[in-house]
Design a protein around this ligand. Sequence first.
Ligand code: MN
Length: 247
Amino acid sequence: MSACPPLIAIPLGSPTDGATSLYALGAAYVAAIYAAGGVPVLLPPDDDPTALVARLDAFDGLLLAGGGDVLPEFYGQSATALVQGVDRARDLTEIALVQAALEHGMPLLSICRGAQLLCIAAGGTLHQDIQTNLPCALDHRHQPGRPRDHLSHTVALEHSGQLAWALGLGVGDEVHVNSRHHQAVDTPPPDFCAAARAPDGVIEALELASSNSAFALGVQWHPEDLASRHDCMASLFRALVRRAAQP
Ligand code: MN
């Protein structure tokens, strides 16, 4: 690792409405990057994608956090009534940043909404609502009263690639994960593959398929809420920071 800790950009959503306009980000993302040896830098949305992409040059890696649904128009669909929490400025910001990161080989870890955003930015599509599109699937949504680190289901690795490398596991191995999503990857983008699935077949991780490609990984669960107690989940952030530290 270089003398200077890698700078990991974390894009933010639009500020909240109300008398005091505030940006919001779960503190667990920041803590997980610090614990992994990186320095998180919070990046507000900007109406000018060119300026944003230029700003990305100052960073060594990109972390996409969770949040509301990405507007379906960005993957060629009309929104159903079940789409929730949309933030167009955030969508445009993150799509521009992800496409630039992929183009320049900048290491990228994306979480929950972030994994869905990665899928869309690279040309894939989503299930707008798991229960509607896949009625036999598990209930992947947050259940009221459960803590954020509740382990809801397993995921099984199905590709010997970046996720397996980061977790130190192999194809067929399983890990227990939390689950707070109602959407999921439907069609992975070209050049990407499903790296892990839940027992119901729902894609739970997405990664660049080529073994010599840049680090670009999306996970549907929330490792930031597990990292302090489950070292394998902290290893996902260490993998990002380690790759970001490479020249
Ligand atoms: Mn899930």
